[in-house]
Design a protein around this ligand. Structure first.
Ligand code: MRU
Length: 366
C-alpha cells in the first residue's frame, strides 16, 4: 500500500496549539511543492494572506480568526491592563483586516472574534483569550459542515454524468474541507456520479490550473484543464450542464464578486443556456453591501500579468496594465446562490433574507 500523501491529506489551514502557530499549505508553491508554513508573527500572517499563500474566501476567514487569537495571546503576555489589551486587540484586528479588501469572510471572521471579546469584556484577560481560542476553533470546524451542506444542496441541481465547469479555485484549498464550488464534485465523486469537470486556468495567478485541476486530479476525478478563453467553446459544444463557482462577496441584491473572469463565464453561459450557480456560505453574503457596485475590488501588481510564470517578461516594459483580482457577476446572470441553508433564487432581495432567517432559527435551536 502506498504511503505517499495526497494534497487532500493536508489541512489547508489550522491552529497548532503546541507551537501557538497558524499552519497553512503555502499555495504559491503548488503544485510543484507541498510546503507547510507554521506562522507565529502577525506580519507573517498578514503577508501569507496578502501573498495568497493562504487564499480563498473561507480559508482567509479561518486564517484571520486564528491570527487574531494568536495576536490576543501575545498581547496578554505583555500586559495585564484590560484597556491596554483591548486597544492592542483592535489595532491587531485592523492590521489583519488590511491584508485583502474583497473577501468579506476576512472582516466577518474578525468581527465575530471581536464580538466575543466585547461580550466578555468583564472577564479576565486570560479568560477572554481562552474564549477567543475556542471561537477560532469553532470557525474552523464549522467550515467543514458549511461546505458539506453546500455540496448536498448543489448536488440536487445536477445529475450523474453531467459536465460541470468551474473558475478559479473554490476547492478544498480555499476552505477547510470539500470547498464550496467543488463540494458537489467531491460528494458526487464519493457517490459515483462520474462528473466531467472543466477547470478554467484562471489568469493571471492560475488558481484553476495550479490548484483546482491539481486537487481534483489527485482525488481521481475526471477533470480537464482549459484556458480562460475556452469556456465559450466547451459550452457551445454542449459539454457543460452547469457552472459552479465560489464567491468572495455576495451583495444584498445577489450581485456576486468572484475571481476575475467569472462574469465572462456567466455571460457566455447565459448565451448557451447553462445555469450558473454561486456557491457561497452565509459568511460570504454581505447584507450591508447593497449591490455589486459597492464591493471594493482588489487591484494587484502589474507583474502578475506581465512576468509571473514566464521565462522572460512577455509584454513591453512600461506598458499600462490593469489587474483587478475580482469582477462582479450581475444577479440576472445567476441561476441560484447555494448556501449551507438552502438555495436562494431571484428575487434575491427576498430570498437572501429568507436564508438568514433559516440560519437564525437553526442557531436558536442549537
Ligand atoms: O484571489 P483568490 O485566489 O483568493 O480568489 C479566490 C476566489 O475568487 C474564490 O473563487 C473565492 O474566494 C471562493 S473560495 C471558496
Amino acid at each position: 500500500m502506498s504511503t505517499k500523501k495526497n494534497i487532500l491529506d493536508y489541512e489547508t489551514v489550522r491552529l497548532d496549539d503546541e507551537k501557538n502557530a497558524l499552519v497553512i499549505i503555502n499555495q504559491t508553491k503548488l503544485p510543484y511543492e507541498i510546503e507547510i508554513l507554521s506562522l507565529t508573527e502577525q506580519k507573517d500572517i498578514w503577508t501569507a494572506i496578502y501573498l495568497l499563500q493562504v487564499r480563498g474566501a473561507p480559508a482567509i476567514g479561518v486564517a484571520a480568526a486564528i491570527g487574531i487569537y494568536l495576536a490576543a495571546l501575545e498581547i496578554s503576555k505583555k500586559t495585564d491592563n484590560k484597556d491596554e489589551f483591548c486597544k492592542e486587540f483592535v489595532k491587531a484586528k485592523e492590521y489583519l483586516a488590511s491584508a485583502r479588501p474583497t473577501a468579506v469572510n476576512l472582516f466577518w471572521a474578525l468581527d465575530r472574534m471581536e464580538n466575543v471579546a466585547k461580550e466578555n469584556v468583564d472577564k479576565s484577560i486570560d479568560e477572554i483569550v481562552k474564549l477567543l481560542h475556542d471561537e477560532a476553533i469553532k470557525i474552523h470546524d464549522e467550515d467543514i459542515w458549511v461546505c458539506k451542506q453546500i455540496g448536498e444542496y448543489a448536488l440536487t441541481l445536477v445529475k450523474p454524468g453531467d459536465g460541470l465547469l468551474t473558475h478559479c479555485n473554490a476547492g478544498q484549498l480555499a476552505t477547510v474541507k470539500y470547498g464550496t464550488a467543488t463540494a458537489p464534485m467531491y460528494l458526487g465523486h464519493e457517490r459515483g456520479y462520474n462528473f466531467r469537470i472543466f477547470a478554467d486556468e484562471t489568469r493571471p495567478l492560475l488558481q484553476g490550473a495550479r490548484l483546482t485541476s491539481f486537487e481534483l486530479h489527485e482525488s481521481g476525478m475526471d477533470v480537464t484543464l482549459i484556458c480562460d478563453n475556452m469556456s465559450a467553446m466547451v459550452m457551445k459544444n454542449g459539454w457543460v450542464n452547469a457552472v459552479f463557482v465560489g464567491c468572495d462577496r455576495v451583495a444584498a441584491n445577489g450581485d456576486a464578486a468572484n475571481k476575475i473572469g467569472t462574469s465572462v463565464v456567466a455571460t457566455v453561459a447565459k448565451r448557451y443556456n447553462v445555469p450558473v450557480y454561486i456557491c457561497a456560505p452565509t459568511s460570504t453574503i454581505d447584507m450591508n453591501t447593497p449591490t455589486g457596485a459597492e464591493i471594493k475590488i482588489e487591484e494587484r501588481k502589474p507583474e502578475e500579468v506581465t512576468e509571473m510564470w514566464y521565462k522572460e517578461r512577455m509584454a513591453p516594459v512600461g506598458v499600462k496594465v490593469f489587474n483587478p483580482a475580482f469582477d462582479v457577476t450581475d444577479n440576472d446572470l445567476i441561476a441560484g446562490i447555494v448556501t449551507e441553508f438552502g438555495i436562494a433564487t431571484a428575487p434575491y432581495d427576498k430570498s437572501l433574507p429568507e436564508i438568514f432567517e433559516k440560519k437564525r432559527k437553526y442557531m436558536e435551536g442549537k
